[in-house]
Design a protein around this ligand. Structure first.
Ligand SMILES: Cc1ncc(COP(=O)(O)OP(=O)(O)O)c(N)n1
Ligand SMILES: Cc1ncsc1CCOP(=O)(O)O
Ligand SMILES: [Mg+2]
Length: 227
């Protein structure tokens, strides 16, 4: 499978978390995920002050730019604009995709949460979403209240012509069926972060390996792939 629109590539979408990637480990954890080949990074923090969020997002933007990997800011298109991030991720209660597009421009990557619902996915496409996120697929300690989704929604969503992202409780042990069902991106918090940087790098590499097995042409695109 080749590159997706806007330079997105199939693979691991690493999402930060105030608990698992606290301030003193944030950059080293994300650098480890990038060394392992993560193709997309999201800064997601619900607890830091606006000032801390600006500093952390600025640091991550520098790290991601160095690695040539897009940084997405969760919930906050204005913060994405301020730090020059590649885009923003919006849930159903996070404001309008059209406004985010006006703010960030045509080249920005906008992601939309669609839970398990294709009607929300159709709306998100109409409003300009660049990728569609479905989930949660498994129990999630990060967001236990997220509504559950069946794998079949990934297969159906492929007809919408946007990269399909799976999220929620994803680990190396349960990832393969999600890729087989049609996920282009696996968005992962707990199944990636939490260990040492060495462990994070190895886990990211193993996620990327699942994609190269499924889409052999990913091999040449993945920064972390071994020849
Ligand atoms: C890739 C991706 N998919 C889904 C979400 C969840 O967004 P949302 O429903 O707005 O919930 P919060 O993450 O804001 O708690 C996401 N962030 N990223
Ligand atoms: C933000 C979000 N939306 C649905 S599940 C989830 C949490 C993903 O984290 P984890 O990979 O730890 O389950
Ligand atoms: Mg949100």
């Amino acid at each position: 499978m080749g590159a997706l629109a806007k330079g997105l590539k199939p693979g691991l979408y690493a999402i930060t978390d105030a608990r698992l990637t606290p301030d003193d480990r944030l950059v080293s954890c994300v650098e480890a995920a990038l060394r392992g080949g993560a193709v997309l990074v999201q800064y997601r923090d619900k607890s830091a002050s606006a000032r801390e969020r600006l500093r952390q997002a600025t640091e991550l933007q520098a790290v991601c730019r160095n690695a040539g990997v897009p940084l997405i800011i969760n919930d906050d298109p204005e913060l994405a604009r301020r730090v020059g991030a590649a885009g923003a991720h919006l849930g159903q209660r996070d404001g309008s995709l059209a406004e985010a597009r006006r703010l960030l421009g045509e080249d920005a990557i906008l992601g939309a949460t669609c839970h398990a619902r294709l009607d929300l996915a159709h709306q998100a496409v109409a409003q300009g979403a660049d990728y569609l996120a479905f989930g949660r697929f498994h129990r999630s300690a990060t967001k236990p209240e997220a509504p559950a989704a069946p794998r079949s929604v990934l297969t159906h969503a492929r007809h919408l012509g946007r990269p399909v992202t799976a999220i929620g409780g994803i680990t190396l042990a349960n990832a393969r069926p999600l890729i087989e069902a049609g996920a282009d991106l696996l968005a992962v918090v707990g199944g990636l972060f939490g260990g040492t940087p060495e462990q994070i790098e190895a886990t990211a590499r193993a996620f990327q390996q699942l994609f190269t097995e499924h889409h052999p042409s990913c091999l040449s695109q993945s920064t972390g792939a071994q020849p």
